[in-house]
Each structure stands twice: as structure tokens, then as C-alpha cells.
Ligand binder design. Sequence first.
Ligand code: ADP
Ligand code: MG
Length: 347
Amino acid sequence: MTDSQPIRILDPRLANQIAAGEVVERPASVVKELIENAIDAGAGRVEVELEAGGARLIRVRDDGGGIGEDDLPLALSRHATSKIASLEDLEGVASLGFRGEALASVSSVSRLELVSNVHDDPTGGWRVVVEGRRMEPRVTPSPHPRGTSVTVRDLFFNTPARRKFLRTEKTEFGHVEEAFRRQALSRLDVGWVLRHNQKTIHQLRPGGDLVGHERRLQALLGKAFLENALHLDIETGGLRLWGWVGLPTHSRAQADQQYFFVNGRVVRDRLVAHAIRQAYRDVLFHGRHPVFVLYLEVDPTVVDVNVHPTKHEVRFRDGRMVHDFLFSSLHRALGEARAGATPDGEG
Ligand code: ADP
Ligand code: MG
């Protein structure tokens, strides 16, 4: 038996580094969190820049509402958020973030710089720098257009065990690009740029109409996706499902082009996956996977997003109803497409 040790409260930096284990796995997770913050700030344009797959540098710039001088150090503290203040807020949360943990976590395992400006006057910006949270953040004036730039350098520089888990530059960039793709699909109304090692990989104009949306789909998912996809938009009883689903003739060997968003949030959910699988059951060969980009819009109070730190999971208050709505909408759309495609079909 070991001797009893006194109980201690963890030093805040260590607590943040432990929390970082949950949300910061690799550059792609940092990119996801920073983009979510940009979206929550109401950005109309988001620029993501990387060096060395993100291991050396990740920078996300937005033209959103910005962070005021007094709030800058707070933005980096744990459990500090401007997005919710009460349990009631949490239950109806519409923002992507609300845990107040991302910046604290990221800044505990990197060299982080935050520059922001809430004014239209570009000289009104402020800057704060932290290095693995060794010192108290100091706020100094710094010019910046209205909005925010977060720069994350040398991810995991102070946690060598985690740093070792990073894969090659190409692999890490692949994960970043996928995270970017999801977010760029989640908000078709926002303009996006992705640069890697000074090269522009994606430059996406904010697309207002169907033509613009489909241009983006093609840029992100390829021509074959669009040529074989069916556009749908169905609304009943407070639920709206819209987007694109692949024709059964265009399945894939892997489930790698499946995007489902609930109120703009990227979601991987068993109930949703099941409903879609059921709808395709009779029209797809066994072992093949459908492609889709689907948007479900529901009242935020009927869906719980506080299920997991990465917020990829949701819980619907009435799962059965959502399941049935998804299944019947897709089943009908696919049935109509099939009927239309065959000369002896009914429609
Ligand atoms: P959360 O997003 O859960 O609130 P974060 O740690 O990601 O927690 O961010 C903390 C706070 O910092 C946010 O609530 C927000 O007020 C502010 N913030 C972070 N990024 C931005 C940004 N790009 N633009 C404006 N405010 C931001
Ligand atoms: Mg956040």
C-alpha cells in the first residue's frame, strides 16, 4: 500500500493541458475550433493559413465582431465564454461554441497570438500573446481590420509526447482540408480561403443562390458528385431538410462523402445514419455507401448539443420523429428520381 498523498488542486496550466487532450488532437482540431469561433462571431469571410501541415503555423482570420480590449485575456481563460450565461441559454444554444475551453486548451499547448478589433477603425486593434501559458497575457495595441486573427505556432511544443503523435505534413494537411471542407459546406453564405505553405488550395466565394451553392459543391467534392446528385428541399412540422443526395447509381466504396448538418453544426449521429441507410436500403448494393450533403433545420430547443466535448454528437428530444422525417423525405426523393429515370416508371 502507498502512503496517502494530500489532495491538491491542479495548477491551471496543467488543468488546461489535460482538458486540451479532449479537444486538441491535431492541427485539424485547432482549425475546427478556430473556424467555429469565427462563424460564431458572425464572419462573412474566413481565411485559413497553414505551414507544415499546421504543425508550424495555423492562422485563422475573420471579419466578425471581434473581441474588445478588456475581454482579450478573458477569451484565453478556461470556462470563459460570451455565448451562454445560464442553463436556459445552454438548452437553446444556437452558437457552435459554448464551453469556453478551446482557446484556453489550445493556448496551453502552443504559442498563441490573438489580434482583434471591434471597431471599423483599423488602428483600434489589440493583441495578446501567450506561450504555453507560462506568463500572464499582456495586451498591447496592434493594428488590425475589424475582426479577429488567431495564430497558433508550434503546436504541442511543450507536450513532446503529443507532438510525437503528429503524422506527416501531408497526412495532417489532409485532415485539416477535410475539417475545412466540412465547415465550408456548413456555411455556404460565407466566403472561404485555405492556404498551405503559401499556396492557395481553395478560394470560395460566398454563394447566394443555387448556382453559387452548386459551384461550391463542385469545388469541394468534385464534378462527379454534382452530376449525380439530386437537390431536395422538404419542410414539414417545424423540420426542414434540404441539400443534395447522390443517385443510387453513384455510390462509393467508402463513406467518405457524407455530410450532415444540424442547424449548421457538423453532426455524426447514429440515428441520422440509420435513417439514411434505411432510405437507401433497397436501391444500393450491399457494402456501397451513398454520398450526401444534407442540412437539417430544427428548433434549437429540441436538440441537445452538449453531449460530447467535440460537439459532433447531438441528442434529439424526439428522435423517432426526426428519424421518420429523414427516412420518408429521402425515400420519397429517391423513389421519384428512380421513377423519373426509367421509361416505364410511374412519374
Ligand atoms: P467558446 O467558443 O466555447 O465560447 P472559446 O475558448 O473558443 O470558447 O472562445 C472563448 C471566447 O472568446 C468566445 O466565447 C468569444 O467571446 C471569444 N472569441 C474567440 N474567438 C473569437 C473570434 N474569432 N471572434 C470573436 N470572438 C472570439
Ligand atoms: Mg469556441
